[in-house]
Ligand binder design. Structure first.
Ligand code: ADE
Length: 304
């Protein structure tokens, strides 16, 4: 018939385990934006949360991805080192997916902005003179960061979840230096992904990708382990850009020939050995996350 456009564009099944009243939610500033999605800060019952939603101009597929991401988060369950689902508003209005808020933002910027040395050199956006670091990050803190991410990834792998874009930009920093892996529930359309396109920060995501993902678009937990090795390198360099002199077309040949990034100056040999194990060309030769966690346990015990 000729009815007016409905207020709620879509209808979602009510899940009373997760549904929160919209009236309890006070939306605030935008934290981040992607091509189709937006993350907004909000307050619910005096707690700060992050709310994921779609932007104007979204397609039905964008809605379907957000629903899928929420359903993946419900199924995966809670772990301290992942961004957990807190609830949703799915009835009588736009879909809001409510997740934990990370007050210190992403790990890449957090490390870079708190470098104990030259922050002028390879900053992406030079916005005035750098202020002194707000947080003092020691080498032991860096190893604890790597340890927490390994525990989060070990949990995700145990729940049969493959991240496919593990990088410091997708790890968030919360109070007391607790790190949480974000965007693990995102549906990534691997077949149509343009690996040569730069992300919003002008970085090439291919530099985190395992050779088999570059070559055959194949992903499993062992390709996440490769990315974890790159993330370790990002941590030990306080947020530097991997392979700064290599372009997208050269990367696969560089890796096939057996070349790898050198040991960062501030990185212990123990951590570099782990990186290199994550970067075995043959995926079966890379350690599983369970072993990485055990290795880091021992490294931290030795530092006590
Ligand atoms: N940016 C994207 N997601 C976020 C979150 N959960 N907390 C803080 N900033 C974010």
């Amino acid at each position: 018939g000729n009815e007016p456009a409905p207020f709620n564009e879509y209808e979602f099944p009510l899940d009373s385990n997760w549904e929160l009243p919209r009236s309890q939610l006070v939306l605030g500033a935008t934290l981040g934006e992607g091509a189709f999605g937006r993350v907004v800060m909000a307050e619910v019952n005096n707690a700060i949360v992050a709310v994921k939603m779609v932007k104007e101009g979204h397609t039905d597929d964008d809605i379907a991805s957000l629903v899928r991401e929420m359903e993946v988060m419900k199924i995966i369950g809670r772990h301290i080192n992942i961004i957990n689902l807190l609830g949703c508003c799915s009835q009588n209005g736009p879909l809001y997916v409510i997740v934990e808020f990370a007050p210190y933002g992403n790990l890449k910027d957090f490390l870079f902005n708190n470098r104990p040395f030259g922050r002028e050199q390879d900053r992406d956006n030079l916005q005035g003179p750098p202020s002194p670091p707000a947080h003092v990050i020691t080498e032991k803190d860096l190893i604890k960061f790597a340890h927490q991410i390994a525990r989060g990834m070990d949990y995700l792998a145990s729940r049969r979840c493959i991240h496919r874009d593990l990088a410091a930009r997708n790890v968030l920093v919360t109070d007391d230096y607790v790190l949480k892996i974000a965007d693990f529930g995102l549906a990534r359309d691997i077949q149509t992904t343009d690996y040569y396109r730069k992300n919003t920060n002008g970085r090439l995501p291919i530099k985190w990708m395992a050779p088999e993902s570059l070559q055959e678009k194949f992903y499993d937990s062992k390709s996440d382990v490769w990315s974890y090795g790159i993330l370790l390198w990002e941590i030990m360099t306080y947020g530097a850009q991997p392979y700064p002199t290599i372009n997208a077309e050269e990367l696969y040949g560089y890796l096939v020939s057996g070349q790898r990034m050198e040991k960062p100056a501030k990185c212990s040999m123990n951590i570099y050995i782990l990186m290199r194990q994550c970067w075995h060309f043959n995926a079966d030769d890379r350690p599983p996350f369970t072993e990485i966690v055990e290795y880091m346990d021992k490294l931290l015990q030795a530092k006590e």
